[in-house]
Design a protein around this ligand. Sequence first.
Ligand code: T4K
Length: 402
Amino acid sequence: MTSIKSNILELAIFGANSIFPQQLCVNRPNIGSKKEYYKRLDKMFENRLFTNDGPYVQELEQKIATYLNVKHCILTCNGTMALQLICKALKLKGEVILPSFTFIATAHALEWQGLTPVFCDIKAQSHNIDPDSCLKLINDNTSAILGVHLWGRGCHVNELVTIARDNDLKLFFDAAHSFGSCYKDIQIGGFGDAEAFSFHATKAFNTFEGGAVTTNNSDLANRIKNLRNFGFIDYDSVDGLGINAKMPEVCAAMGLTNLESFKITVQKNKHIFSCYSHYMNKIKGLTVIDYHDKSNYQYVVVEVEEKKLGVSRDELICVLHAENIYVRRYFYPGCHLMEPYVSRNVMSQAKMLETERLTKKILVFPSGFDVTESVVKKIFHIIEKVANYAIEVKAQLKTFQI
Ligand code: T4K
């Protein structure tokens, strides 16, 4: 009894100090060589070219297109805008089908373009859009399918290509998580009509804030380039309703710098991912979601089985947050259960059985350069204690406020 007590008393929910003095976060930004970055900034200050398709933007576009093996890369101010530019350039109307299990920006981008997001379910194993669920939602108002390569795992591209072709629909992808990832050994970036990347600070490859549209369609690329810059087609003529979606030079300079160290970032991510897999999969009730294709390994996603672990996903979050381990329950509760969509009774459109099951089980763990094998080991020991003393932990959490 004494050893049981001393063991659980080491947990912060029982009053001990948090195991980590500072918050350990999901996806801390990766930073390449600061020296190289500052050199680029010095040059930018000398040139006084800060934005509007500057030299760093052009250089980064060309380097990304080469790296992703796609004809065109158009950099944008963020991933949400990249999605919106694709919608506008493809002249989409009416309804667009997308998975509910995604970051809310995927749906909001459609809504901002006056389109109606229609949510479909996902496949349990892949966490990605279920083509059968998608097929059932197609009607005369549907203009496109928007697949999401969640966690940097390619979604069911081949099946979606067939559905889009057979139903005369546009097909595009939210590749926000997927820079450097593959679908069936092919680099993500050239699938469908276009793909949208996010280069937000939390992504494997970041430009502080930023994003890109990639496509093999030259006409579409031209239209997107013009739309990104207010609709200007030359020095002073405008041919349509454009917007300001440009990436500034400071961000492109960060992108060029981070691209140089991207290989190291992925190696480091892969190492940390394998540490998590090694330790967490030892705990009954935790399963680390594996990557089958080449990936950037940015997201460490774990499914929590309450019956086997002894505590629920949300109880585990309370314990870990008290220890300064800031796990996240991305993308709870699913877009269809968030405003403005939940008030529209979109639930009648499709059953979201897998989405709703998964959003109650998922935990994303801290990753990035703060996380080392010894950090993962410490996290493992905390969860091991939780599993071993689940009854005591549950009882304590009833009185505990975070
Ligand atoms: N589609 C999908 C599937 C997406 O996941 C996203 C964005 C988009 C589209 C839209 O792309 P963008 O328009 O954002 O380019 C974050 C990001 O803001 C968001 O970009 C990302 N997905 C989403 C999955 O995660 P939050 O609300 O979780 O961010 P926040 O501020 O809580 O940051 C997460 C953790 O990262 C924190 O615990 C601390 C750490 N962090 C964050 C920032 C910004 C840092 O350590 N340093 C930082 O500078 O949304």
